[in-house]
Design a protein around this ligand. Structure first.
Ligand code: FES
Length: 106
């Protein structure tokens, strides 16, 4: 499952992720800068904030209310397509997924 991460400065990184892994975990294990994932995916931080590319928001689905609560503390602007990337699990349907990373995670 390929995932492309686009940094705030436009740098694109495409990595191969595994079905069942989160978008956060896939970034961290491939050393993609811009996603921190400080709490390890427990929805206790907002350092895995990302913006799902408009073309993919239908497939990734809506964010949960718990994500809204954490995103209140996010360092960067929260938009309609903001998600906690640890809450997006890769499925074969998401092959080619594109997410944008915010400027700051702290
Ligand atoms: Fe902490 Fe996603 S890694 S909320």
């Amino acid at each position: 499952v390929k995932v492309t991460y686009i940094a705030a400065d436009g740098t694109e990184t495409t990595v191969e992720g595994k079905t069942g892994d989160s978008v956060m975990h896939t970034a961290v294990s491939n050393d993609v800068d811009g996603i921190v994932g400080e709490c390890g995916g427990a929805m206790m931080c907002a350092t895995c904030h990302c913006y799902v590319d408009e073309a993919w928001t239908d497939k990734t689905g809506e964010r949960q209310s718990e994500e809204d609560d954490m995103l209140e503390g996010a360092a960067s602007e929260v938009k309609a397509n903001s998600r906690l990337s640890c809450q997006i699990k890769l499925t074969p349907d998401l092959d080619g997924l594109v997410v944008h990373m915010p400027e700051d995670q702290f």
